[in-house]
Design a protein. Sequence first.
Length: 573
Amino acid sequence: MTTAEDPVIAPRGRTAEQHAGPFDPESTLRLRVLPARGRHRPAPGYTIDEITRADWVLGPVPDRGWSARPHARRTLVSRAMLVCLLLVQTVLSLRLHNTAFEDEALYVYAGHAMIDHLFHGVPDYGGFSTYFSGSPVLYPVLAAWVDTVGGLTAVRLMSLAFMLGATGLLYSLTRMLFNERAALCAAGVFAVCQSTLFLGYFATYDALAILLLALTAWLLVRTAPGHWALSLAAAPVAFLAVGVKYASALYLPTLAALLVLVAHRYLGRRQALRRGAAFTAGVTVLLGIGVATTDYLQAIQSTTTDRAHGTTSIASMAWDCFRWGGLIFVLACLGSTLYARRDRLGEVPGGSRTGPGTGWRLALGAVLTGSALLAPAYQIHLQTSVSLHKHIGYGLLFAAPMAGVGISRLMGAHFRFPQAAIAVGVLALTFGMSQSAQNYGIWPSTSYLMPELAKNVRMGQKWLGQPHEAPVYYLSREGLTDYTYWTSIYYIDYTGRGGHLMGPEGYRAAIDDGYFDGVVLDWSDQPGDVQALIRAEMRTSGRYRLASALTYRTSVGTGHFEIWLRQPAAHKR
């Protein structure tokens, strides 16, 4: 005989007392488990085997997948799982190893030059503000300071801290928009994607810019229900993100639209538009002041708004975009579609059982998911694949919340299909690990090149180099050279016997005059036109001799470094 605390199991439409007679295993009775506390026990007349053979119907799914009311145990479990995800992200980023990439070396030694310029009055010979894709007084100065303390490893660890912070903010942002389960799924799939892992141990602007974009989005969602002036608190953070990396401005419309949508959910159309206008006006004013008071406009145009077109095929770039971000984008599309169809399982917290309207859900999914297409579409338009594997991570940050909803919906209510989430996790982890390792091995290691150069480079000597950034960074730490003594293959302004020359003619005249004390060439399977010209001139001018040839292998091919030294009889002019 059952008690008040025993569960009652009975065929639909009939109580246990009304159901008389033995259980018919051949029937298609649909059973329902009514909620009750205490030890689970079948109703009289049924055995456990007979019950498990029946066609079950779960109880009604609650309005929210997780209760809106704070619960200490749920909070503890979700945060513990987040910590585990962050540990996985840390380990997968730290497994990447290579010497300094040209951009890393450039930004760090530029930061040292800017510190000398800003605080010690040393002239700025680099002209970094004319071609950097971010302000040279922000990230490069910070990176140089950290480099002074712990070298390149410390600078890369700083990037890891930035990316871990972005993942944590993404979790909190998604939890505020939806719930803990979607937040953990979003953080998990973002933490192991190739852009996150790669940038987590890469000393460039990007990790800090992504962190600032994530912080801006978090502040906007957090303050949306409050006073309209609170949205202005996020404007300086958004402005700083654009200053760190000019391309971050591409996501300002996403941030403004997200603020309007969240505020509309709580306060209505008029108040939402008021907050969106305040945020947009604040960022616009700050950007206007920044452009008017600096000389960065040329760099903004050359690196972002008027960037030169490339020759990479559209099909090749589209395939790369799909490889690097296709999984998250597909999951985000799935999450947006399913969320638009039905808002149950608690994606949007609130006191009412009636969720947001279909139009609101469609708009939120379109804004977040569509942001993943911004950087790929712009670079495909330019047909340039430079840094595409990094830039795609900016949009994935915004698409990840909808991807988390997609994974949550695949699992279903009560984690009915956990194998779906496991399959997605395995795919994301496999792609992220393999792709990040491949991209981290694209550039050649200079571990054997630096000792050879250290034997020949001395302070005051003029060198031509490709690469020149890594030699300047490593050798300047030993006091052997300075960036003012190096010329790259991208620009030359030479005055010699042939007059004032630039471009290919400038390189040819400088080599014929014996202007450089030494030349470093990276001779890969597909050398550029300028490299081929320089190498041919080195061989025919009689001014230089080949001192060393060091082979290397990368994830995309092989090549070798060549070190050419000027003949003793060759005199500079």
